[in-house]
Design a protein around this ligand. Structure first.
Ligand SMILES: NC(=O)c1ccc[n+]([C@@H]2O[C@H](COP(=O)([O-])OP(=O)(O)OC[C@H]3O[C@@H](n4cnc5c(N)ncnc54)[C@H](OP(=O)(O)O)[C@@H]3O)[C@@H](O)[C@H]2O)c1
Length: 342
């Protein structure tokens, strides 16, 4: 069936300037890391993307290796572009990345010019696009000169493959170095993509959040729901089919009694604010304007709807913030710490 987007979609979302750039991003963006591989029906993927766009979510985030298998999320999104979004291309911000393991041999991961440019070409082909809006270096490569990685990003823009570039999971110091190189090359760093949530506050302790605001670089926080932990999903056990049962990126052992106790207290706070726990977790990430967009994932369209509702209450009292901080200090979960520590 032909997809016709809701006419009121832009009244249902707020848009925030990405650093000092001319680009605005929706406060909530959708990532296709999970639930867009061969193990999810295509109809579900379509419904998730359509629901997102109907809520004014204009930004879809991908990477070369999202699946499984690697590449299949981009292929699925390419199909959705073809059937549903083709006429909407100029209303969309589509990103992809290269950095993690993608193909065999020494040119299939990390940060060489060889890998980044080849991977970008493969991503464009899979998605059936002439260009992506944002292309990222997915992680810092300690063995490749930063000048080479940033030079490849600059080339990707100059050759018309991307409009903007970004970096992901680089720590504060590496971010300063990368941004300086990109500035010299004349292709400013638009955006940084770090993990950030109530349960994972490394961007504050590392100084990255302050660095980004100092440099005028925008930011998009990934896993703002801690892969679903910061929702009502795990409050009363571990439901069948949830990410924690899939043996992929979320270890079931993470959801122990101590964490569930903390989640129940967060849930009570959210209820008192008139929000679901997911909505409060997203509002918290967006609370002080330091983060441009919260980058969610979803396994069902209803989750996108719930998350989009976060924008209805982004204000926190000092007392609420203190209570949340006290809880977040009890337990830290940072699955991407290693990349940021390099
Ligand atoms: N740059 C990087 O290195 C990097 C790394 C990781 C992710 N990312 C990006 O960040 C995106 C988001 O990551 P993520 O999927 O881990 O984010 P997340 O938003 O923290 O977790 C998404 C999961 O939470 C659950 N969920 C979402 N909304 C819900 C709701 N309203 N109620 C109940 N449960 C809800 C779903 O779990 P169930 O599946 O259990 O239903 C969903 O799959 C990725 O798609 C990717 O684009 C980037």
């Amino acid at each position: 069936m032909t997809y016709t987007p809701r006419v009121d979609r832009y009244d249902r979302m707020i848009y925030r300037r990405c650093g000092k750039s001319g680009l605005k991003l929706p406060a909530i963006s959708l990532g296709l890391w999970h639930n867009f591989g061969h193990d999810t029906p295509h109809a579900t993927k379509r419904a998730i993307c359509q629901t997102a766009f109907d809520h004014g979510i204009t930004h879809f985030d991908l990477a070369n290796n999202y699946g499984p298998p690697f590449g299949s999320a981009e292929t699925a999104f390419g199909e959705i572009m073809r059937t549903d979004f083709r006429h909407l291309r100029d209303e969309l911000i589509i990103s992809s990345k290269a950095g993690y393991d993608m193909w065999a041999g020494p040119y299939g991961e990390w940060g060489s010019r060889k890998y980044l440019i080849a991977s970008c070409d493969q991503s464009l082909k899979r998605m059936g696009l002439d260009y992506v809006d944002i292309f990222y270096s997915h992680r810092f490569d300690p063995e490749t000169p930063l000048e080479e990685t940033m030079g490849a990003l600059d080339h990707i823009v100059r050759s018309g493959r991307a409009l903007y570039v970004g970096i992901s999971s680089y720590n504060s110091q590496r971010t300063r170095e990368a941004a300086a190189i990109l500035k010299d090359l004349g292709t400013p760093c638009l955006i940084h993509q770090p993990s950030y949530s109530i349960l994972n506050r490394w961007v504050e302790t590392d100084g990255l959040k302050d660095t980004l605001s100092d440099l005028g670089i925008g930011s998009i926080a990934f896993t703002p729901l801690a892969q679903g932990i910061l929702t009502n999903k795990y409050l009363n056990g571990i439901p069948e089919g949830s990410r924690a049962t899939q043996g992929k990126s979320l270890d079931m052992a993470t959801i122990n009694d101590r964490v569930v106790g903390a989640l129940r207290r967060l849930d009570a706070l959210a209820k008192a604010r008139g929000q679901t726990l997911a909505q409060m977790a997203l509002a918290w990430v967006l609370r002080d304007g330091g983060i441009t967009s919260a980058l969610i994932g979803a396994s069902k369209p209803e989750q996108v709807e719930d998350c989009a509702g976060a924008i209805n209450n982004l204000e926190f009292t000092a007392d609420e913030l203190a209570k949340i901080s006290a809880i977040s200090e009890e337990k830290e979960i940072n699955l991407w710490a290693r990349s940021a520590e390099l």
